[in-house]
Every structure is written in structure tokens, then in C-alpha cells.
Design a protein around this ligand. Structure first.
Ligand code: HPA
Length: 272
């Protein structure tokens, strides 16, 4: 079976359960876990039930694909993200994105937690991702190309939709939000970076660093989707004093940013 056939089989399983045609898809990453409370859920299908769908095994929550409505607009949401550092292959990490594509999703909205390397950033800030550097992660399109997904050599000159970034910037004041813009540097994790690595990442032109998003974005761009992504800055990579970063601190900062992230995502979805 080809990857394309697997994706189509997974999508067919979902379509049998709902006729909803969601133009937008949301990856409920860090900082958006509670966004599911904003979704009027029509169906929620655990990943384990969907043919060929990889599933997360951490903390007994395998993840689920949701079809429903946000602000009256049909959406698809991935609740539970698959990270490369968990041992998923790059092909598995992007499988859910391709299923969203097969369900008709044309715009993908993504959130993540990231470490700030821009000295003007503080914990809790939100950064709109304008571009990424993926050289430190495995490109998920490595391997035989299946033309049905898109080009062998996809253009990456504008992975994040300039139009959606502008829309978010226009909406920010009406929502009382201050937003940064910047470049996201993708790493595999699961270790946080050393001081030298954070300095290198800054030198290479990034503003934030994190362990997700770039592989998903690459797959989405190949499919021809518009991508909008933002990071909540959960820790500061470059600092002179104590530099210990813990998962708890990252989760806490992401949680604090949730209401702001959710407000922005809802406002965007209303206008897509
Ligand atoms: N580095 C990598 N990934 C992260 C970080 C970080 O500092 N913070 C949250 N995710």
C-alpha cells in the first residue's frame, strides 16, 4: 500500500462518520490544548480507531481527530500531536496533516511552545512564525515521492502565509494582543539546547526554537495548504544567570498564554 492509499483510507473512515467539509484545520499543540473547549464537536475519533493512523502513546492519551465548528465555521482539529522525539518516523509525524488535506483542509493553523533566543522576547510572549529553519530536523519528504501529495521539490520561499500573518496583525489590537514576528528554528529534541546551541541558533537568524511544526508545515506546503503558525515563548534560551529549563516551566507558560492564543485562533477562523 502506498502512503497515499493509506491517507485516503484514513480519510474515507472519517468521511463515513461525518459529511463536514472543513476548510480549516487546527493542530492543538502546546498553548492550545484547551482550545478544544471552543469547538462545538460533531465527531471525535480516536487515532487508534482510524486505519493506518499513528497514535501517541504518552500518558494514556492516544490523541483524536475532531470535526466540528468554531464560531460557526467547520473545522478539523488534531488533538494530540505526534512528535519526532517520541520515536515516530517523519512520515508518521506528517500523516495526520495529509489526512486533513484529504478531508479538504486548505488552511492549517498550528501552535507550539518554543524557547526564545531573540533578546527582546519574554516568557509568555506570542510570536507569529514568518519563516523557519529546518536544517536540524529530518525533512519528512525524504524518500520516494508520491506525486499525488505534490511536487518532488516543493518551493519553500513562503511557507507561512503572508496574508494570514497580516490578518493576525490586523486583528491583534482588537483582541488586546501584542504579537512578535520571527523565525522558528526546528530541532528534534527531546533535550533542550545547550547555551552554545542557543547562541548558535540566534546567530543563524532565528528568534525562537522548538521541537515541532516544521515537518508538519513542509507536508502542508507540499499539499498546497496555507499555513499559519505561532509560538508561545515558554523559556528564554540565552541568559547570563541560571539557565535551567524544565518541562513544567514550559507547560505553565504555555497554559498562561492559552486564552490569548485561543482568542486569536477563533478570530482567524471566523475570517478564513
Ligand atoms: N527549545 C526547544 N524546544 C522548546 C523549548 C526550547 O527552549 N521550549 C519549548 N520547546
Amino acid at each position: 500500500m502506498t502512503a497515499f492509499e493509506k491517507v485516503m483510507a484514513a480519510a474515507a473512515y472519517i468521511r463515513d462518520r461525518s459529511r463536514l467539509q472543513p476548510p480549516s484545520g487546527v493542530v492543538l499543540g502546546s498553548g492550545l490544548a484547551n482550545f478544544r473547549q471552543s469547538i462545538f464537536i460533531e465527531i471525535e475519533v480516536p487515532y487508534v480507531e482510524i486505519p493506518h493512523f499513528p497514535h501517541a502513546t504518552v500518558q494514556g492519551h492516544g490523541g483524536s481527530l475532531i470535526l466540528g465548528y468554531v464560531a460557526g465555521r467547520p473545522i478539523a482539529a488534531l488533538s494530540g500531536r505526534l512528535h519526532f522525539y517520541e520515536g515516530h518516523s517523519p512520515a508518521d509525524v506528517i500523516f495526520p496533516i495529509r489526512v486533513l488535506g484529504a478531508l479538504g483542509v486548505r488552511t492549517l493553523l498550528v501552535s507550539n511552545a518554543a524557547g526564545g533566543v531573540n533578546p527582546y522576547f519574554s516568557v509568555g510572549d506570542i510570536m507569529l512564525i514568518t519563516d523557519h529553519i529546518s536544517l536540524a530536523t529530518i525533512n519528512p519528504l525524504i524518500g520516494p515521492n508520491e506525486e499525488a501529495f505534490g511536487a518532488r521539490f516543493p518551493d519553500m520561499s513562503e511557507p507561512y502565509s503572508r496574508e494570514l500573518i497580516q490578518l493576525a496583525e490586523d486583528l491583534a489590537p482588537t483582541l488586546g494582543l501584542t504579537l512578535h514576528k520571527g523565525v522558528y528554528f526546528g530541532v528534534t529534541g527531546p533535550t533542550y539546547e545547550t547555551r552554545a546551541e542557543y547562541r548558535m541558533i540566534r546567530l543563524l537568524g532565528a528568534d525562537a526554537v522548538g521541537m515541532s511544526t516544521v515537518q508538519e508545515t513542509i507536508a502542508a506546503v507540499q499539499l498546497g495548504m496555507r499555513v499559519f503558525a505561532l509560538s508561545v515563548i515558554t523559556d528564554i534560551g540565552i541568559r547570563e544567570e541560571e539557565n535551567l529549563i524544565t518541562h513544567e516551566e514550559v507547560l505553565q507558560a504555555a497554559q498562561l498564554a492559552e486564552p490569548r492564543m485561543a482568542a486569536l485562533f477563533t478570530a482567524l477562523i471566523e475570517r478564513i
